[in-house]
Design a binder for this molecule. Sequence first.
Ligand SMILES: [Zn+2]
Length: 252
Amino acid sequence: MSIEDSLRTRIARACRVLGAMELTRALRGHISARIPGTNRIFVRARGPAEQGVRFTTEDEIVEVDLDGKPVAGMPKGLRTPSEIYIHTEILRARPDVNAVLHLHPPTVVLFTVTGTPLLPIYGAYDPQGLGIALEEPPLFDSSVLINTPELGRQLTAVIGGKRACLMRGHGITTAAGSIEEAGVIALGLNELATLNYQARLLGTPQPISQADRDALQPAIKRLAENGAAPGEPGPSIAAEWRYYCRLTGESA
Ligand SMILES: [Zn+2]
């Protein structure tokens, strides 16, 4: 399989997995990946012919340049997402990033609309989620569509060098070394929000101690290891991703 075909397959699969995990609403959301060594990307298309995030097929993954313009023709009934500039501007600004994910997970959105902090309330339960909490994902403080290059640049400035940002009344964006890592970060962020939410229903959540945070650092670092080649997930991310693929009936 060519690298292009492989990327299309992996993006479509990631959309289906995260759709099945209910990390977004119906049709809204997209994942992209850089084609190595080029200024072109693949991204999930939108339009009247689309199946919805959870049912994304490979022929819904289209190739665009970093200005958001289609490289080849667009399949009938599909178009580039209006929020393509989330992807193009982050990928333009961040050579360390090979994949960008934008979804609308409802539990995380609740935190953006109430201004409730995502506290580091667990450690060994999920070091990935702890790492995200300690990174303190910044908030893009507007709920508009990111449908211009300028808005894409503003979002890129907010996310800075981090792996995730929250978007008020809207959703999340994650930026990672691989498609799978972008997905695992989104799942970790969603779990962090879910447990924070449930802890607040039960009582007053208490952040874990500084000593615990320090002790978990090796586990957090291990999860951030890169794969053998640019755009490939490291071993810990690959294993976690494989689990979510199997859980949702995908081969991995
Ligand atoms: Zn959106």
